[in-house]
Design a protein around this ligand. Structure first.
Ligand code: 5GP
Length: 206
């Protein structure tokens, strides 16, 4: 990865979500699953642009995933880049109580950046598996759940994990932009948002 950073403004995030919504609408997302924390703000903005007049807002569910390397735990060094832990996951029983049904629905997983693809691979695989198990348990395995993925940025680099071939082949993986393998500085991480926005403006990411 090079040392230079790509600065992204809030306006830029907003516009990338707006632009992507036109493509995402064709898959009729019925529930958004935001991977925290980077997926939260894009997910909320997307919901605005995916809302159809006269229809309810699309519900957003949050999941939290961390790579072992982010936890800085040396014990797990051998798992770096390979394993993810769930810091927050869907509680299917409480979803049911609140009438958010994921089985047979079009689900849209949202994160800010696809770097090594480890996180997205885990989220898609585990969500599909859990919903499959639940559908079987409830005798609803004939209902087809479809998962799509949206990220603001996909880094053009060799990935450490893959997404299902069928998802890629049917265009259910969307990246608003493909970037070089550089660190992307998002506005919600900025210590000084004015300086950050100036950097973004200088790079045309406004
Ligand atoms: P993965 O390697 O699994 O695709 O990405 C794991 C996580 O690392 C992302 O969800 C994101 O939180 C973080 N990450 C990876 N690359 C970047 C980057 O360039 N900028 C920021 N802000 N976070 C990143």
């Amino acid at each position: 990865m090079s040392d230079s950073k790509i600065y992204i403004s809030y306006e830029c995030v907003h516009k990338l979500c707006q632009e992507a919504a036109d493509n995402l609408r064709q898959f009729n997302p019925e529930v958004i699953i935001a991977i925290g924390g980077g997926g939260f703000i894009p997910a909320r903005i997307l919901r605005t642009f995916l809302k159809e007049k006269g229809h309810k807002n699309i519900p957003i569910q949050a999941i939290g995933l961390s790579l072992y390397e982010d936890l800085g735990n040396a014990e797990y060094e051998e798992k770096i880049g390979k394993e993810v832990i769930r810091t927050q996951w869907l509680d299917f029983s409480s979803l049911n109580e609140h009438k958010v049904d994921l089985i047979g629905k079009n689900l849209l997983i949202v994160d800010e950046v696809d770097d090594t693809r480890t996180t997205l691979h885990y989220a898609v695989k585990e969500l599909a598996k859990d919903l499959d198990d639940l559908a079987k348990k409830l005798g609803r395995d004939s209902e087809k759940t479809t998962i799509s993925v949206f990220v603001l940025h996909n880094k053009d680099k060799p990935k450490k994990a893959e997404l299902p071939e069928e998802m890629m082949a049917t265009g259910r993986y969307f990246a608003a932009r493909t970037t070089a393998d550089e660190w992307i500085a998002y506005p919600w991480e900025a210590a000084d948002i004015d300086v950050h926005t100036e950097h973004a403006r200088a790079q045309g990411n406004i």
